[in-house]
Design a protein around this ligand. Structure first.
Ligand code: ADP
Ligand code: CP
Length: 313
């Protein structure tokens, strides 16, 4: 029986923290990802793709800010929609070229996806989602004072701007997603976690936020009844005491172990925290397993030879 796998590509896997984020760099990282996805398609897996946008949406916001004396700034939901377009385009084109070279027949479509959130979500008062480039402590202090940006330390990698990140509740384009899957398309959906919208007086309305794509991907995986959720990021495995001399990488975690490590503060909010929580949500809802790993390791991780596997227990 063919297994359905939702693969979530991290924004920091598309633009690595050491890179500037040029289109060439993004294309090259996406290309590596697509070669690995092609391996999985050849091995018989049914794939659904999702992606993050933290670095990319942050760059668009900065571009807007720098040009605002000449052209009007766009709100964050529109900037997020722009990243669904640009990254969806790059992924769809690169994957299509990769599959063609390998003589694999597959129809590909990017679905612009709005995701419903609650306007009372507590994250509107307490931003946690990292966007844009990494800054030094001095630069972060300067940006906070001059621009009013809220800046926080992102693991050991530097300081970044944080914005609200409400929990995804529902996929507005769910019917389109299901119809395309039924027609045999490989779809790219909930890019950047989806465009955040709230329901107001029977109408949808965009809000200033960036949804965590790991939670949105877990929602997609549940909605389509996927077997496995793979979350691709910048590290091959989840670690305990990350970045410390006594760091220990984990091959697997049960839900009970995940809960204990989360309570110890091993997985920071805004980076590894939402990945582990999204993995837990998917498994707790009946998914057979979730895997957190890097692009290169996705096939070996599916064969339980790499990555960190999260399963019920
Ligand atoms: N306990 C941990 N184990 C592994 N990586 C961690 C841990 N805590 C923080 N990190 C950092 O979190 C990063 C993943 O978060 P992030 O880069 O924000 O995700 P994304 O790839 O979705 O953009 C890892 O690459 C690593 O640098
Ligand atoms: N939207 C989002 O979760 O982006 P990252 O994958 O870059 O964190």
């Amino acid at each position: 029986m063919m297994k359905t796998v939702v693969i979530a590509i991290g924004g920091n896997a598309i633009t690595e923290s050491s890179q500037k984020g040029t289109i060439e760099e993004q294309q090259s990282n996406i290309k590596r990802c697509c070669e690995n996805i092609a391996d999985l398609i050849e091995a018989g897996y049914e794939i659904i793709l999702t992606h993050g946008n933290g670095p990319q949406v942050g760059s668009i916001v900065l571009q807007n800010d720098l040009a605002k004396s000449v052209v009007p700034e766009n709100p964050l939901d529109v900037c997020g929609a722009q990243t669904q377009g640009s990254l969806g385009y790059l992924i769809a084109q690169t994957l299509s070229n990769t599959l063609k070279h390998r003589h694999i027949q597959k129809k590909i479509a990017t679905v612009l996806t709005q995701v419903l959130v609650d306007k009372m979500d507590p994250s509107f008062q307490k931003p946690t989602k990292f966007i844009g480039p990494f800054f030094t402590a001095e630069q972060a202090d300067f940006l906070a004072k001059t621009k009013g940006f809220e800046m926080q330390k992102d693991s050991e990698r530097g300081y970044r701007r944080v914005v609200a990140s409400p929990r995804p509740l529902d996929l507005v384009e769910k019917d389109a997603v299901c119809a395309l899957l039924k027609e045999g398309f490989l779809i790219i959906t909930v890019g950047g976690g989806g465009i955040p919208v709230v329901q107001e007086d029977e109408e949808l309305k965009g809000v200033e936020a960036v949804i965590d794509k790991d939670f949105a991907s877990a929602l997609v995986a549940r909605e389509v009844g996927a077997d496995t959720l793979i979350i691709l990021t910048g590290v091959p495995k989840v670690a305990i005491d990350f970045g410390k001399p006594n760091m220990r990488e984990l091959d697997e975690m049960t839900l009970t172990e995940c809960r204990a490590y989360l309570a110890e503060g091993q997985f920071p909010p805004g980076s590894m925290g939402p990945k582990v929580e999204a993995a837990m949500e998917f498994v707790a809802a009946g998914g057979s397993e979730a895997i957190i790993t890097s692009i290169e390791n996705m096939k070996s991780a599916l064969e339980h030879r790499d990555g960190t596997r999260i399963f019920a227990g």
